[in-house]
Design a protein around this ligand. Sequence first.
Ligand code: GDP
Ligand code: MG
Length: 451
Amino acid sequence: SLSDRLTGALKDLRGKGRLTDADIDSTAREIRLALLEADVALPVVRAFVARVKERAKGHEVSAALNPAQQIVKIVNEELVGILGGETRRLNLAKTPPTVIMLAGLQGAGKTTLAGKLANFLKKQGHTPMLVACDLQRPGAVDQLKIVGERAGVLTYAPHPGTSVGGEGALGVSAADPVEVARGGIAEARSKQHDVVIVDTAGRLGIDEELMGQARAIRDAVDPDEVLFVLDAMIGQDAVTTAQAFADGVDFTGVVLTKLDGDARGGAALSVREITGKPILFASTGEKLDDFDVFHPDRMSSRILGMGDVLSLIEQAEHHMDQQKAEEAAAKITSGELTLEDFLDQMLMIRKMGPIGNLLGMLPGAGQMKDALAAVDDSQLDRIQAIIRGMTPAERNDPKIINASRRLRIAKGSGVTVTDVNQLVDRFFEARKMMSQMAGFGGGAPKRLSKR
Ligand code: GDP
Ligand code: MG
C-alpha cells in the first residue's frame, strides 16, 4: 500500500524543515503509483498528481507534519474535494412522485440497489414503489419482486399476477419496458406513492440497443434522478462504461456497488473526474442494509490505502500545539528537557490514541517513541502521579531528587520508592538518548519556514 511505500520516503524526509521540489517529486511518484494500483484511470492520475504538485509547491510548512505527510494531506484534501466534499442528497421532485431510474451494466447491482434504496427511503418516511422494466433477463421481474417484498414495498410488474398489491393485469405488452415504465408512474401517482424506483435492463457490455432502450425509458418517465450503478470491482473499465452511459442516458448521479470486495475504489475517482457527476450512495453487500450514503473521506482513505496514516495526520494536527512542539524540540536538542516537558509530551502522545509505531513519524514526539515503547496506560497513570507529586523545582531540575525526596514523592503519590527510581532513571536515559538523536538530525523540526 501507499502507507508501506511511504515509510521509506518518510525516513528520508523526516526532520526536514520544508518541502523541496525533490521531496515533492519523489512523494508524488509514490502517490501516482498508489492511485494506479487503486485502478484510477491513467489520464485522471496524471491530471490529479499535477494538481497536487502545484498545490504542494506553494504550501506552507507545518511543524506537526513532515513533508511526506504534508503532501499526503494535500492529496487527501484534493481527493475528498473531487469525490464530492459534502455528500449530495437525492433530488426529490417538488410534485411527487419523485422518479428515480437505475441504469448500468448487467450484474452491476441495479436490482439489488432498487431494494436497498426503497428500504432507505421507507425508513425516512417515504412510500416508494418499484417498477420492473428489465424484461430482458429471464427472472429479472421475479428478482425485483423478491427484493421489493424484502424491503416491504410494492413492485409494479408487467405480467398479470406478478403485480404485488397491484390490481391484476396492466394491459400493456409484456415486451415493452417503456410502456411498463409509463404504467408504473401512473400507478404510483394514483396510489400516492411519493417515490418510484425504475429498474432497467443491462447488458454485459455496452451496446447501442441497451442504451437506446434506457434512453426511451428515460424520455417516457422524465426522471428526477438517473442513477448510474457502477460495480467498483470493474477497475479500469469504469471510465469507458461511465463515459458510454453519460453519453447514452446522461445520468445525474452515481452509485458504487460491491465495495465490500477488495477493490480499492479507484473507479470512484475516475468516474467523478471523467463525468463530473456526484456519487450519491455506496453498496457494500447483498443484504438490504449493506448500503449507505457515499462518504468521500472514507473513499479517499480507501483509494490511498492509508486510513491509519490519514487519521494520524489529522490527530497530529489537532493535538500538536506547534509552539509547544518547537519548544520541546529545542529543549531536547540542548538536553534541557525537564520532567514537566516529559509529562507534557506523554500526555500529548496519549491524547493521540493507540498509534504505536507511527509515533516515529511525528517530529518531536518521535524522540519519545523509544522512551515510551514499554509504557502502557496504567504505567502512564503511575508516571503521571509520580511527576505530579514532585515540587516544581524537582520537575525542572530532576538532579536534586535525592533519597529523602524520593521517599516523600513515593508516599505522596502512592507508589514505591523503586517506582520513583525507575521513573527518574528512565527520564535521564531518555533525555540523553533524545539529545543524541536530535544531534544526528533525527527529526526535531528546526524552525518554521515558508517556501
Ligand atoms: P443487476 O444486473 O444490475 O440488476 O445486478 P443485481 O442486482 O442482480 O446484482 C448482481 C449480483 O451482485 C447479485 O448476485 C447481487 O446479490 C450482487 N450484488 C449487488 N450489489 C452488491 C454489493 O454491494 N456487494 C456484493 N457483494 N454483491 C452485490
Ligand atoms: Mg437487474
